[in-house]
Design a protein around this ligand. Structure first.
Ligand code: ADP
Ligand code: MG
Length: 395
């Protein structure tokens, strides 16, 4: 069911509580914002509210303060960056609820922007405490959620407040939902789902749901080892989840029953020791030495994946093909990212690491959509209705 967006409600002159995901990465040494794309992603909603003369009360979490005040996780630097990006003054408050905040809200004029302090300085935020949600809601007349990246969390600012205010989606939230819904319900076909990452256990539900939605599944990354092992291959000392072998076998079986090809790597890059500078070898998956670790997919697998992916009109990619943090083991992941960027197909990137790689390689604009929510997009593709989406008003 489509959700109301900020365009479907009258915001002029109204106090609008806008939940954004300004949980930006901070430089560990200087504390500076190292990437402001999460702020940029919500600019269209903020601009719309400014143009329509709303009184804007922004709220977000930042980092993991664990329910208490942590000085270097204050929102002030983020408000400053927002001010710079908007070319407008942005004020801040020293808390997100309470008298001082209420006074500041009362002083807001049409088009003004106030950034509340880090929501997670209060343990009640993550506990979805009703009293806290009510205090947040008391600040405003309308609630808009643009924080797709937090929509899988049942927190006071993502779920609780919606009980007390008319709730609508911001433009970023709406765009994410539209793209993901199309992927699940009517993708242009043939469609493929390419999955990687460390563990099978993180992606079982994703695989289970997607195998009924797509025309082909391709699996690389650490989790491929568990699947290879169920097929009787030696996988050496690779990351294996022994307790997931049964499930992996069942997934392969289900894919066969649905008539969906389930491709695994045919060759892999192995090392004896996972470290920078370790000598690497490429071996077919049929002859993986018993003393080695799989760290990437091999060149023949890359070619195989290319040849399948290029037949597809829609491709969903979630999770790196190898331990990409070590440049020597990043070839598979980087090649796939480059290849996807050249295709004339719908390409959607979900997953924190995969999005980070695409961003770092400067390929974001060459993909159809790079999700701003790793965990949220994963849950969405698992077929879960996100709690932060469920509470928004239906259109
Ligand atoms: P995403 O964030 O894109 O969803 P995941 O969080 O599932 O991806 O997985 C990312 C992690 O998977 C990375 O830290 C990467 O090092 C790890 N990984 C990928 N391939 C392997 C492998 N062969 N062995 C061990 N870890 C791997
Ligand atoms: Mg991740």
């Amino acid at each position: 069911m489509p959700k109301k967006t900020v365009e479907d409600i009258e915001v002029t002159g109204k106090k609008v509580l806008l939940r954004v995901d300004f949980n930006v990465p901070l430089d560990t040494n200087t504390g500076d914002i190292s990437d402001d794309s999460r702020i940029q992603a919500s600019l269209p909603t903020i601009k719309y509210l400014v143009d329509h003369k709303a009184k804007i009360i922004l709220c977000s979490h930042l980092g993991r303060p664990g329910g208490k005040v942590v000085e270097n996780l204050r929102m002030a630097p983020i408000a400053q960056r927002l001010s710079k990006l908007m070319g407008l003054p942005v004020s801040t408050a020293s808390d997100c609820i309470g008298q001082e905040v209420e006074n500041k809200v009362e002083a807001l004029k049409e088009g003004d922007i106030l950034v509340l302090e880090n929501l997670r300085f209060h343990p009640e935020e993550e506990a979805n405490d009703d009293g806290f949600a009510r205090k947040l809601a008391k600040l405003a007349e309308i609630y808009v959620n643009d924080a797709f990246g937090s929509a899988h969390r049942t927190h006071a600012s993502t779920v609780g407040v919606a009980k007390y205010l008319p709730a609508a989606a911001g433009f970023l939230m709406n765009k994410e939902l539209k793209v993901m819904e199309k992927l699940l319900h009517n993708p242009e076909r043939p469609s493929a789902c390419l999955i990687g990452g460390a563990k099978v256990s993180d992606k079982i539900e994703l695989l289970q749901n997607m195998l009924k939605k797509v025309d082909i599944l391709l699996v690389g990354g650490g989790m491929a080892a568990t699947f290879l092992k169920t097929q009787g291959y030696e996988v050496g000392r690779s990351l294996i989840e022994d307790d997931k072998l049964g499930l992996a076998r069942k997934l392969l079986q289900e894919a066969r029953e649905w008539g969906v090809p389930f491709l695994l790597p045919i060759d892999v890059v192995v090392v004896e020791e996972i470290r920078v500078g370790a000598p690497t070898r490429v071996v077919p998956t049929t002859t993986i030495p018993s003393d080695s670790h799989i760290v990437d997919i091999g060149p023949q697998s890359i070619e195989l994946f290319y040849s399948e992916l290029k037949k597809c009109r829609t491709i969903i990619w979630n999770g790196p093909m190898g331990i990409y943090e070590i440049p020597q083991f990043a070839q598979g992941t980087r090649s796939i990212a480059s290849f996807l960027s050249t295709l004339n197909a719908t390409t959607v990137i979900g997953g924190g690491s995969s999005a980070e790689i695409v961003q770092e390689m400067g390929l974001t604009d060459k993909m159809t959509h790079v999700s701003t929510g790793g965990g949220a997009s994963l849950r969405f593709l698992e077929g879960v209705t996100l709690p932060g989406v469920r509470v928004l008003l239906d259109k």
